[in-house]
Ligand binder design. Structure first.
Ligand code: KG4
Ligand code: ZN
Length: 403
């Protein structure tokens, strides 16, 4: 079969991204325009601003992806776009543009689930390295600012299907990083800062206990689990997660990260850290791009210990539950992906504990861990082969479920 060039477009949250991927196995170009700086003053993504910025960025970002790939609109074999989950207004910008391109160019249009994209980021890079064999059963942990999901992934005749066997009942893990960083005056997004600062603190200093979720060993009666509706996008302002209705105790490997955020808040209150936090917030707000040294100069030992202990607790919980799910399902391959998969301690712990448990663990490179469009173009390739094309009438699905 001749090579197929797919143009991927991603606009579900606060990154406008376009990429060209050849036959699901070669990243030809990858352009990500991040809006983080614009949302930073608000401490989270402002949906209306996100849509406006996507509108501004989408055309130049797509043009650059084609130029970097030394390709043209006409040389693309298909246009792939994120349908959901994400912010409806943000998704619509990518979808509308992709539809217009597909219509004008008379190319097939492929709708992709963002979570499936994160999973295929790992597969794309493994193929690119020459690793074409994926051993099944495969388990994927998608852990980002909006999601903490465990999926059993299956491939039959190049069609993929997924079964959700666990998810967060409240906050996503990345959301906890973001909220704790905000609480401690460390700015937004929280994951990368906490990742770097944790190496300078004592992770054993503060003990965090995770509440035991009830009936952890019971599996849902449904075979294809209806996911909890995903939060529309990560780190939306002032949004607090709540358990999905009627689903208590129904999943086998659930997560919960809103309690640890409250525990950090309690610690801050009982240890009277508020004044020093405000001083840090003001100091860091005055620096346009704070470096690690700037952060360190504004953090005392107590804060560094707290941050390191928080990260250790979240990482240990993610790894423990995921490996328990892997053991229970005789998993041959574990894929760990999404923004939080960029975390150094998470990678090291998964590698160490995965090796101990005899489960090979694969991650995307850091640039493909966070949101990008290469993952969308890669996930679209099996659909391209199966001629699973979208009509012109499909729309954004903010709470789209992956099956
Ligand atoms: O996948 P992503 O770009 O967007 C979503 O689909 O949500 O993930 C962004 C999330 C944010 O919550 C961010 O704080 C977190 O990933 N993140 C990290 C790291 N880098 C990004 N969390 C922990 N450690 C990191 N190094
Ligand atoms: Zn994502």
């Amino acid at each position: 079969m001749a090579d197929a060039y797919i143009l991927g477009i991603e606009s579900s949250c606060d990154e406008t991204a376009a990429a060209v991927v050849r036959s699901g196995e070669k990243l030809v170009s990858n352009v990500v325009f991040s809006q983080i700086a614009m949302h930073q003053p608000y401490g989270g993504v402002v949906p209306e601003l996100a849509s406006r910025e996507h509108l501004r960025a989408i055309v130049p970002v797509v043009r650059k992806a084609l130029a970097d790939a030394k390709q043209t609109y006409e040389s693309m074999d298909a246009i792939a776009v994120t349908q959901g989950p994400g912010l409806a207004g943000a998704l619509l910008v990518g979808i509308t543009y992709a539809k217009a391109l597909a219509f004008a160019l008379e190319k097939p249009l492929i709708a992709v689930n963002h979570l499936e994209g994160h999973i295929h980021a790992v597969l794309l890079e493994e193929r690119q390295k020459g690793n074409h064999t994926l051993n099944f059963p495969a388990l994927a942990l998608v852990v980002s600012g909006g999601h903490t999901h465990l999926f059993l992934a299956e491939e039959k005749d190049s069609a993929w299907s997924y079964e959700n066997i666990g998810h967060t009942r409240d906050d996503a893990a990345g959301e906890a990083f973001d909220k704790v960083a905000k609480l401690l005056g460390l700015g937004y997004p929280g994951g990368p800062v906490i990742d770097r600062l944790s190496a300078h603190g004592d992770a054993k200093a503060v003990k965090f206990a995770f509440a035991q979720l009830k009936h952890p060993d019971r599996r849902s009666a449904k075979t294809k689990m209806d996911d909890k509706k995903s939060p529309p996008c990560r780190k939306e302002r002032d949004e607090d997660g709540a358990p999905g209705e009627g689903e208590a105790n129904s999943l086998r490997f659930d997560f919960s990260y809103s309690g640890i955020k409250t525990a950090v808040l309690r610690y801050v209150e009982t240890h009277e850290m508020k004044a020093s936090i405000e001083a840090r917030r003001t100091a860091l707000a005055g620096i346009s791009k704070p470096t690690l040294d700037d952060y360190l100069a504004n953090c005392d030992k107590q804060t560094l210990d707290l941050v390191a202990s928080f990260q250790r607790a979240v990482v240990d919980d993610l790894v423990r539950k995921t490996l328990a799910a892997a053991a229970a399902n005789n998993i041959a391959t574990l894929l760990v992906t999404g923004g939080v998969a960029a975390n150094n301690e998470l990678r090291q712990t998964f590698e160490r504990e995965g090796a101990r448990a005899g489960v090979p663990v694969f991650f995307p490179s850091r640039p493909l861990s966070t949101d990008n469009a290469a993952m969308i173009a890669a996930a679209a390739y099996p659909k391209f082969l199966a001629r699973d094309f979208a009509g012109m009438d499909f729309s954004a699905e903010a709470g789209m479920v992956l099956r």
